[in-house]
Ligand binder design. Structure first.
Ligand SMILES: Nc1ncnc2c1ncn2[C@@H]1O[C@H](COP(=O)(O)OP(=O)(O)OP(=O)(O)O)[C@@H](O)[C@H]1O
Length: 402
């Protein structure tokens, strides 16, 4: 299904990947093991069309050449990336984050089915679907990131160090979830530092050292390979590399070219490629170690729902979620924080239809919330109602006075 052949990438004069060849079949988990700086993230970024460097070679998905294609076209071809650092929108709810993943043409019609599939795989996300993502635990946020990628209806899911920063318990849950994703028929290309856990769930693996794939084998064989054990599985202090092709290769990364000080982090760009939008994040921080799971915040008090406002023509979706609103909200979150990458060309949300004339206006007309969320409307309605009640009370008091 996914066939990478002789793929190379260089950042200026600095080679980061050298003629890598990798394949991933349907329903297969393939792991890439390698030391820091070996070129693992570069490989995933080059596959997704978001490598900042110069990429040569071939990446074929079901026979279609992807090198040179725009990232959003690559998503349409069925490849979704879960970037290092997750790249989810902290200010949006779980469900809003998930819905953003369904923005591609490929996924639009199957949004409800995909959402159900994600909730079936991650029941916790269903429980917490109205929770703001930044209040979720690290493990839950990682599930949101994977769920969002799955909303693009991918045939291949690529993940960059998904267990980074998670406690052993949450990592275990995560790897079990990946197995469940694989069992749905999705092929998984996984970059991981946690060699033991990833080899335990993988079908095959590759060793990437100093920009080159030096060995490929069944995961079970790799797990038993003394050189792999020494280098990646906590064997005796391993200065040397692993694998049969170049057992003497040094596992230390090649000296790196300086990364650009400004601009979006690779994870941001990856998030952009996946969903068409990306939140602003500081450059490549390791997520904080996982604290104990947090209880769900208390449910919000019930609010009086305002009469439904006519929805803009393009917004209704299978889930009933106003995607255009969520996109606008996510974009405003990105721009508020600054530094987010520009949005890639996407079908623009339909313009707001002309506002219908209101039959009887309240004392003060409701402001036009246009692209804002339903929740905001609810809060404003509440405020309006409270203000009206206060005015009525004060009028009653005034009338009662002699
Ligand atoms: N945007 C960039 N500009 C310049 N050099 C880069 C850039 N991104 C990566 N590199 C360099 O390319 C090499 C490979 O980096 P890459 O991030 O692919 O490694 P990695 O194997 O994923 O490492 P890690 O496990 O630490 O994330 C490194 O030497 C790195 O410094």
């Amino acid at each position: 299904m996914l066939e990478v052949k002789g793929l190379s990438a260089a950042y200026g004069q600095h080679p980061a990947l050298n003629k890598a060849s990798v394949r991933v079949g349907k329903g297969e988990i393939v792991v890439i093991l390698g030391a820091n700086g070996a070129g693992k993230s570069t490989l995933l970024k080059a596959i997704s069309g978001i490598c900042e460097g110069k990429v040569t070679g071939s990446v074929r998905m079901n026979g279609h050449e992807l090198v040179g294609m725009k990232p959003d076209r690559i998503v349409e071809e069925g490849i979704a990336l879960v970037p290092e650092g997750r790249g989810i929108f902290g200010d949006l709810t779980v469900e809003e984050n998930l819905t953003l993943g369904a923005y591609s043409e490929r996924a639009k019609d199957a949004e409800r089915t995909n959402l159900d599939r994600v909730y079936a795989l991650f029941p916790k996300l269903l429980e917490r679907r109205r929770q703001v993502a930044r209040t979720m635990s690290g493990g839950e946020q990682q599930m949101v990131a994977i769920g969002r990628a799955m909303m693009s209806n991918p045939a291949i899911l690529t993940l960059d160090e998904p267990s980074l920063g998670l406690s052993p318990l949450l990592s275990k849950e995560l790897f079990q979830s990946l197995r469940a994703v694989r069992d749905t028929g999705i092929g998984i290309l996984l970059v991981e530092q946690n060699a033991k856990a990833s080899l335990a769930i993988a079908d095959r693996g590759y060793l990437l050292e100093n920009t080159e794939i030096i060995h490929e084998d069944a995961a079970a064989s790799l797990a038993k390979d003394p050189a792999v054990q020494k280098a990646y599985l906590g064997g005796a202090a391993a200065k040397g590399g692993a694998g049969k092709a170049k057992p003497q290769a040094n596992a230390m990364p090649a000296p790196s070219a300086p990364r650009p000080a400004k601009g979006p982090s690779p994870s941001d760009i990856a998030a952009q490629a996946m969903s068409g939008l990306a939140p602003a994040r500081p450059a490549k921080p390791a997520p904080a170690p996982e604290p104990a799971p947090r209880p769900a915040p208390p449910p919000a008090p019930p609010v009086a729902r305002p009469a439904p406002r006519p929805a803009p023509a393009a917004t209704p979706t299978a889930t009933g979620i106003d995607t255009a609103s969520i996109v606008a909200k996510a974009a405003s979150q990105s721009s508020r924080k600054g530094g987010a990458p520009a949005l890639p060309p996407r079908p623009a949300p339909m313009p707001e239809p002309p506002k219908p004339a209101r039959a009887s206006q309240p004392t003060r007309p409701m402001p036009d919330l246009g692209h804002h969320s339903d929740r905001l409307r609810e809060v404003l309605t509440e405020i309006e109602t409270a203000a009206q009640r206060a005015r009525d009370r004060s009028r009653t008091r005034t009338r009662g006075k002699p």
